[in-house]
Design a protein around this ligand. Structure first.
Ligand code: SAH
Length: 218
């Protein structure tokens, strides 16, 4: 493998520094984000900005999330090495790739078949063999693989979708943005206990909306 040029190495150091300074302190999460290079997930024109702590446009009018938000969401999810994780909103595949380093198995779904196809090609190239991707409307979850230890939703719903809550194991955790798509949303963490559901509010965020049905690829 080629050594990264000094400029890229410097930018990657700044990338990790930005994550830490925005509150990503979990060592396993930082190590996963050091291991998974964001550049291949940002295609085309914006690839030169892959190490900036900013969301960037991807195909189908969607966005790859801001790295520090990816880090904070992953940290909030408290993923264990034996966990099976469901991600709703594959997008570029970047978040799923990070989860795949931390978990035993990752299922990731998107309503755009093009995004699923491109992300799964990348997973293959990067030898991330524990990720399964599907084109489905993720608001119904993935009943055939349920229940899950962890669920991460990377598109905003007005309320936590009932089918996703139902597919969470006891002791399971779901992290998701909730609120109207044109307003600032709240990132929340839902924990399924023996007796019900506990809710924590984490921070204000801004995500694309969770839409119904399959998308037309653009
Ligand atoms: N996690 C992604 C970023 C996600 S952007 C990454 O790491 O790059 C949000 C994604 O959610 C978009 O790709 C959008 O197509 C998808 N999405 C929106 N509503 C959906 C739904 N109902 N089911 C599945 N995916 C959905």
């Amino acid at each position: 493998m080629n050594e990264p040029d000094p400029d890229t190495a410097e930018r990657k150091m700044q990338f990790l520094f930005a994550l830490r300074s925005r509150g990503v302190t979990d060592k396993r999460v930082l190590a996963a984000m050091e291991k998974i290079d964001r550049a291949p997930f940002v295609r085309g024109y914006f690839a030169t900005r892959a190490y900036d702590d900013t969301p960037l446009p991807i195909a189908c009018g969607q966005t790859i999330s801001q790295p520090s938000v990816v880090g904070l969401m992953t940290q909030a999810l408290r993923v264990g090495a034996r966990d099976t994780v469901l991600e709703i909103g594959t997008g570029s595949g970047y978040q799923a790739a990070i989860l795949s380093v931390l978990a035993r198995r990752v299922y990731t779904v998107d309503r755009h078949s093009r995004l699923v196809r491109e992300a799964s090609e990348l997973f293959r190239e990067l030898d991330l063999t524990n990720i399964t991707s599907r084109t489905v409307d993720g608001s119904h979850g993935l009943p055939e693989q349920a229940p899950f230890d962890r669920i991460l939703v990377t598109a905003a719903a007005e309320d936590p979708p009932g089918p996703l809550l139902a597919q969470l194991k006891i002791g399971g955790i779901m992290v998701l943005p909730v609120g109207q798509s044109d307003a600032v949303q709240r990132l929340i963490r839902v924990t399924r206990t023996e007796t019900g559901l506990d809710y924590d509010e984490l921070m204000p965020v801004r995500f694309v909306p969770l839409l119904e049905g399959l998308g037309r690829d653009t």
